[in-house]
Design a protein around this ligand. Structure first.
Ligand SMILES: Nc1ncnc2c1ncn2[C@@H]1O[C@H](COP(=O)(O)OP(=O)(O)O)[C@@H](O)[C@H]1O
Ligand SMILES: CC(=O)OP(=O)(O)O
Ligand SMILES: [Mg+2]
Length: 420
């Protein structure tokens, strides 16, 4: 039996688990995901080299740890996987942890590192709490398997000081670790590697503006292969609106929204402390607050069902373009490519078209046909730039889709950069 890596990605609306053969690069043998955790019906997608399944779940999985437990049970009873491997063959498990605090690279989980992560859990209670619960269960039930934590925030450890610092009392900022961290970094690392390879450039010579637009959405400016700015902040709430998140608002809005905003929310437990304001801005805003749905494919349509659906689309395009303009200036106009990624960025031709059109004064130029065709199967990068085959293509920044893969990036990083 081969040795196996399991990669777990607990996102805000989905849990994705992929089993890889421990090779370099790792080879996927089974991929399973539960999506719609925030907005039933929940669906299970399931693929191996020989089969693909998609089904609506009858039972409702309330939290990411429930979804993980369910996925594991389904995977281990899968006949395709059973032929390939069993849980005994799993050598280590990679976990996506959104907030890594001051950690600048992936770490192995032991009592000490687990405890350190628990201490900063309140900085991202909605993301880190379920991910750490999954780690706790894995350590308890699979004591012989190594757990490796990969951090979304680690990619952004290169943010310059003036970018990562908030204009507040620095004594309080330092004591409470209040600064911009940035997230979606595992995805940005995958995208940087894939796009640099596609462009035939070393990563350290590559400048990109990348949009990871999924249930949580962010933009990142990459200069010479390093993150120099990103739209999320202390927590994944800052920047762009998302499925249930407001994105940037005037911080004073919290004091005017409801009189209970600063008290602990009823969802708060002994382990997870969140205020009503955090809950409203993280879980009841964004597309859900505007339209009632968290499914952007119902919003990004030619004829939206309501004015608020149209408004939600226009708001997202407006906020994305604000960051693209900002980062274009920070990169001094030297941008190799504008990259769309994440569930929405990869699948919505309408969003790509609207953003590129609004930003056309910066030289981004989309081929309408390529755009409506979308991402090419089995290729991480698809070029959507107009005049793709003309001599002028070198002069223009490319417009690309990158089918990002956080589970693969974690497995790849572990195999190449960690002693395992
Ligand atoms: N064809 C589509 N057009 C627009 N949005 C889509 C489409 N297909 C999926 N989406 C949206 O992608 C989002 C999920 O993206 P994903 O990156 O997988 O999320 P996450 O990892 O944050 O759970 C959902 O809001 C979903 O509605
Ligand atoms: C950081 C973040 O928002 O992650 P996700 O989009 O998976 O919720
Ligand atoms: Mg995600």
């Amino acid at each position: 039996m081969p040795r196996i890596i399991l990669s777990v990605n607990a996102g805000s609306s989905s849990v994705k688990a992929t089993f890889y053969k421990l090779e370099n690069p790792p080879v996927a043998v089974l991929d399973a995901q539960v999506s719609g955790i925030t907005s039933p019906p929940q669906t299970l997608k399931y693929s191996t080299a020989t089969s693909k399944k998609k089904e609506q779940l009858k039972e409702s999985l309330g939290t990411p740890p429930d979804a993980f437990k369910y996925l594991l049970r389904r995977c281990l009873t899968d006949s395709d996987l059973a032929q390939l491997a069993g849980m005994d063959d799993v050598v280590f498990i990679c976990h996506r942890i959104v907030h890594g605090g001051d950690y600048t690279q992936a770490i192995e989980i032991n009592d000490e590192t687990y405890h350190n992560l628990k201490k900063i859990e309140d900085l991202a209670p909605l993301h880190n709490f379920p991910a750490l619960e999954i780690i706790r269960k894995c350590r308890q039930e699979l004591p012989n398997v190594k757990n490796i934590a990969h951090f979304d925030s680690a990619f952004h450890h290169t943010l310059p000081k003036h970018v990562r610092t908030y204009a507040i009392d620095q004594e309080v900022a330092t004591r409470n670790k209040l600064r911009k961290y940035g997230f979606h970094g595992i995805s940005y690392a995958f995208i940087l590697r894939s796009v640099a390879e596609f462009l035939g450039k070393p990563q350290q010579d590559t400048n990109l503006i990348v949009m990871h637009i999924g249930s949580g959405a962010s933009v990142c400016a990459i200069k010479a292969g390093k993150s120099i700015d990103t739209s999320m902040g202390l927590t994944p709430l800052a920047g762009l609106p998302g499925a249930t998140r407001s994105g940037d608002v005037d911080p004073s809005l919290v004091f005017h929204y409801t009189s209970e905003a600063s008290s602990l929310s009823p969802a708060s437990t002994k382990e997870m402390h969140i205020s009503t304001a955090e809950e409203i801005l993280n879980k009841k805003s964004g597309w859900k607050g505007l339209t009632g749905t968290t499914d952007f494919s119902q919003i990004a349509v030619d004829n939206p069902p309501t004015e608020n659906h149209r408004l939600a689309f226009d708001i997202l395009v407006d906020r994305i373009c604000g960051f693209v303009g900002n980062y274009f200036v920070k990169l001094r106009g030297r941008v190799d490519a504008l990259v769309f990624a994440g569930g929405i960025g990869e699948k919505s031709a309408l969003l790509r078209q609207a953003v590129t059109q609004e930003c056309s004064s910066l030289g981004f130029d989309l081929d309408a046909q390529r755009n409506s065709h979308g991402a090419e199967d089995d290729k991480p990068v698809t070029d959507l730039t107009r005049d793709y085959s003309s001599d002028k293509k070198e002069a223009k920044p490319r417009v690309l889709i990158c089918q990002t893969d956080e589970q693969f990036q974690m497995a790849y990083h572990s195999v190449n950069h960690m002693k395992i």
